[in-house]
Write a protein that binds this ligand. Structure first.
Ligand SMILES: NC(=O)c1ccc[n+]([C@@H]2O[C@H](COP(=O)([O-])OP(=O)(O)OC[C@H]3O[C@@H](n4cnc5c(N)ncnc54)[C@H](O)[C@@H]3O)[C@@H](O)[C@H]2O)c1
Length: 267
């Protein structure tokens, strides 16, 4: 394992709330912020419970507090309840909120049903907006500023069906929230990864294999070779590094941005 970063003094005693952190990018962000010194609250859906328990254990091994709360981000009431539970268990110290949970389906537009599109919008967009607002309300109440981060994508810049439409909207909402909440000392940004080695991309790969009639693994391999200028697939930890920077003092003059971290895949 790589050497652990030392905790940042300013992070100690503060909480980061992260949705969809049982695996992939969310898990890497949760672990990185814990190593930086934050206590962590992970909000995820019931089927992810066992994986979340492992993340909680890993974070506790860094000497930080970690809790698991249940929330399907498609249900606003569950998001508000998850924030309330976080505050009641870890104290009124919410400093970071990461709306990471998201879903993608790969389908030609002519095969997209209303139900299919509604699910992506409820999860990727309404879920993010409700998470941001619920977290900001708590941060405003605490009156000590905060950092709000959302999951964008290179699809926030180059449209990829209904998924891309939700991620374009994430970019717009990030700007709007940053503008309104700067007065409270809250900075709002989003990360825009490319092809990250997570279960989500394994799913995309399987879907593309079916659509393009190629073998499983081929779609990912071809796109990594063709599109990623830095020559390797992105690891979830690469995204976590950007988040750690954006929430830190180093990022103090950055707000309203959807920052690409994609190894040049968008070039
Ligand atoms: N993997 C990539 O290449 C990539 C690229 C760009 C952007 N992103 C974005 O990053 C985010 C994380 O992606 P990932 O690849 O780690 O995904 P993933 O599918 O590997 O993990 C998603 C997590 O979200 C949770 N989740 C699913 N539905 C949920 C719901 N309704 N409520 C709460 N939690 C829910 C899952 O249990 C899981 O923990 C997503 O928003 C995704 O769109 C991913």
């Amino acid at each position: 394992m790589a050497a652990l970063a030392s905790p940042i003094k300013a992070a100690l005693g503060k909480t980061a709330f992260i949705t969809g952190a049982s695996q992939g990018i969310g898990r890497a962000i949760a672990c990185r912020l814990a190593r930086d010194g934050y206590d962590i609250s992970i909000a995820d859906i019931p089927p992810a419970k066992e994986r979340v328990a492992e993340v909680v254990k890993e974070i506790e091994s860094y000497g930080r507090k970690a809790i698991s709360v249940t929330a399907d981000v498609r249900e606003p009431k569950q998001i508000y309840a998850a924030i309330d539970e976080t505050i009641s268990k870890l104290g009124p110290n919410l400093f970071i909120s990461v709306a990471n949970a998201g879903v993608t389906q790969v389908k030609p537009l002519l095969e997209c049903t209303p139900e299919f599109m509604e699910n992506e919008i409820r999860l990727n967009l309404l879920g993010l907006m409700n998470t941001h607002i619920a977290a900001a309300k708590q941060m405003v109440k605490q009156n000590s500023g905060g950092r709000i981060i959302g999951a964008g994508s290179i699809a926030s810049y180059q449209n990829l069906g209904p998924y891309g439409a939700t991620k374009f909207a994430v970019r717009g909402f990030t700007e709007a929230a940053a503008k309104e909440w700067a007065q409270y000392g809250i900075r709002v940004n989003a990360y825009a990864p490319g092809i990250v080695d997570t279960p989500m991309w394994d799913h995309i790969d399987r879907e593309l294999a079916r659509i393009e009639n190629i073998s499983v693994g081929a779609a990912k391999e071809t796109r990594v070779k063709r599109d990623i200028k830095l020559g390797r697939i992105q690891q979830p930890e690469d995204v976590a590094k950007l988040v750690a920077f954006l929430v830190s003092e180093e990022g103090e003059y950055i707000t309203g941005q959807t920052v690409k971290t994609c190894g040049g895949a968008s070039l």
